[in-house]
Design a protein around this ligand. Structure first.
Ligand SMILES: Cc1cc2nc3c(=O)[nH]c(=O)nc-3n(C[C@H](O)[C@H](O)[C@H](O)COP(=O)(O)OP(=O)(O)OC[C@H]3O[C@@H](n4cnc5c(N)ncnc54)[C@H](O)[C@@H]3O)c2cc1C
Length: 534
């Protein structure tokens, strides 16, 4: 989780060339956003919580129980459910939500009308509807956000602001950490080197250093400091202090923005500037209305495709229907009729080129309002890698996400798209006149629209990151040759160094990553207290 403390880290780093021609360097935005220092100031405020089978992904075998980490999810939260009997107040259980923590979490206060239709449609298709935080993840829900009183929260506002006056707490703003100081004889961390206003500083540590630079930068800093794969560090001319597989195991959730659905065809609602003024008033005075929300995006669903059984030991294809092991998540985005401004901003934000923008957004939006499902791959099989470009800390690392390099990832996304196409055909949506746009994704003209071959082509062109990279400082026991940190987040073989951020996840969780990373932070804080205060 980032702390919005204005570091000087604003570098337009990009990943390796894309396997999706529609995206200008697949994952490009992943990297630029990661480096703006304010990730969770930019994120979509989706507060997905814990799903029990995922605890085995974020913990090692010594602590694999849901019950062990659930208290840490709850600890950080101050969850405020909807008032009773308002739409959306579906069976929240205090068992799965925390109260009194620093981070405000609440359901969004506004629902776009099409969302009512979608909620009915998923129910009609037999999906469970209700709170998805808890022991069962499959189904749909009105998502909660890290929102307090209608305005965005982030980890800096929530966790740092209330304690900024503490005497034992100091934040060096606009500082760029360049190296961890590690004694090559004793392998003990002695401090940190950083640059601020062009001047190099050193801070010495008497107990330990906590590295929380995120999945890209924690890996980069470890390697710059001599902790990483021996061959690669030697190649970079860096003295090897500890040979560990830092930078490997990079994984991320990919989303396919397809297909585009047109709706309200005979009476599309355009952007209404007067209504915008009213919405602004509603937000500024009451913290309500569309501006207090992320609009239709806050409908969220988790489903298990016919491939999910492959991930569950002993499970057979016929079990898939009842399997609660979602490999696809859905989110949705909608645009008003002929809303060129918003569609262009969104298209640019995911890195689409002009021809993709026209096919996916502009052409269908010139006819009606549009709705685009984001079909998100929850359990990617592809693995990428981060390497140093040079030993200069200002040089961006080489980020090779290898998205969709495992064909199973494409197959799963295709199944996810097919299921959402079925949902869009539900009777409940007929009053919204929903129709799939058949404008083909550029480069896929030769395939028959809607065939597996077409979706496979489309997925490879329009899938992009949903910004959940993890895994480059993998947690695992010493016996695991790929592990970088142990189950108490200490770097193997190095004294006085922990990594506490998303990079430690051995496998990405099924769901948005922020809540799990905050949980890792809460748990890591207890490890430190246990080790030094007892
Ligand atoms: C656009 C976007 C939308 C997202 N939406 C959601 C969402 O809706 N829901 C959700 O659950 N998750 C979302 N995420 C993901 C979530 O925000 C991340 O998984 C989470 O913030 C990662 O936490 P972290 O602590 O591992 O790393 P980070 O949040 O990246 O924190 C690392 C911090 O270290 C700083 N840093 C790095 N290197 C240095 C250095 N050398 N010197 C000084 N400082 C340094 C960085 O500036 C940053 O502040 C989104 C992410 C993005 C980018």
């Amino acid at each position: 989780m980032s702390a919005d403390v204005g570091t000087s880290y604003h570098s337009p780093w990009t990943s390796s060339p894309s396997c999706s021609p529609g995206v200008t360097g697949l994952g490009a935005l992943l990297i630029t956003n990661l480096l703006t220092a304010v990730i969770d100031s930019q994120n979509q405020l989706m507060g997905a919580n814990l799903y029990p089978p995922d605890t085995t992904n974020i913990l090692d075998s010594s602590t694999s129980l849901y019950e062990d980490v659930l208290p840490y999810f709850k600890k950080s939260q101050n969850f405020k459910p909807h008032e009773r009997n308002t739409p959306g107040s579906e069976n929240y259980s205090d068992d799965n939500h925390g109260k009194g923590g620093y981070l405000p979490v609440e359901p969004f206060r506004y629902r776009s009308p099409i969302m009512e239709g979608l909620v009915e449609a998923v129910k009609e298709c037999g999906y469970t509807f209700g709170d998805r935080n808890g022991p069962v993840q499959s189904g749909f829900t009105i998502q909660h956000g890290t929102v307090g009183g209608g305005t965005r929260a982030n980890t800096a506002k929530a966790f740092l602001a209330p304690i900024k006056g503490r005497k034992n707490f100091h934040v060096a703003k606009y500082a760029h950490v360049t190296k961890l100081l590690i004694d090559s004889e004793t392998k003990a961390v002695t401090g940190v080197e950083f640059v601020k206003n062009g001047k190099l500083y050193t801070v010495h540590s008497s107990k330990e250093v906590i590295l929380s630079g995120g999945t890209i930068n924690s890996a980069q800093l470890l390697m710059l400091s001599g902790v990483g794969p021996r061959g690669h560090l030697k190649e970079m001319g860096i003295n090897v202090i500890q040979d560990l597989k830092v930078g490997e195991n990079l994984q991320d959730h990919m989303m396919a923005l397809a297909p585009t659905f047109k709706f309200n065809l005979s009476n599309p609602v355009p952007v209404d500037n007067l209504k915008n003024l009213d919405d602004t008033y509603q937000f500024l005075i009451h913290r309500r209305g569309p501006l207090s929300s992320v609009d239709v995006l806050h409908l969220l669903g988790f489903i298990s495709t016919k491939y999910a059984h492959l991930d569950v030991a002993g499970s057979a294809p016929e079990d898939t229907k009842d399997l609660d092991y979602p490999d696809i998540q859905y989110q949705f985005i909608r645009f008003a009729f002929q809303d060129k401004n918003a569609t262009k901003i969104f298209s640019d934000s995911v890195g689409f080129t002009e021809d993709y923008y026209r096919a996916m957004f502009d052409t269908p939006n010139s006819e009606s309002e549009i709705l685009i499902p984001l079909t998100v791959l929850q359990r990617p099989k592809s693995r990428g890698v981060i390497k140093l470009r040079s030993k200069d800390p200002k040089d961006p690392p080489v980020i090779d996400p290898r998205y969709l390099s495992d064909p199973r990832d494409v197959q799963t996304l295709i199944e996810g798209i097919k299921q959402i196409v079925n949902i869009a055909r539900a009777k409940a949506l007929s009053r919204f006149e929903v129709e799939m746009s058949e404008v083909k994704v550029p480069g896929c003209e030769a395939e028959t629209f809607g065939s597996d071959e077409y979706w496979s082509c489309a997925v490879r062109r329009v899938a992009t990151t949903i910004y959940h990279p993890v895994g480059t400082c993998k947690m695992g026991p010493r016996s695991d040759p790929d592990a970088v940190v142990d189950s108490r987040l200490r770097v193997h073989g190095i004294k006085g160094l922990r990594v506490i951020d998303g990079s430690v996840m051995p496998t990405v969780v099924s769901g948005n990553t922020q809540a799990s990373i905050i949980m890792i932070g809460e748990r890591g804080a207890d490890f430190i207290k246990d080790d030094w205060l007892s």
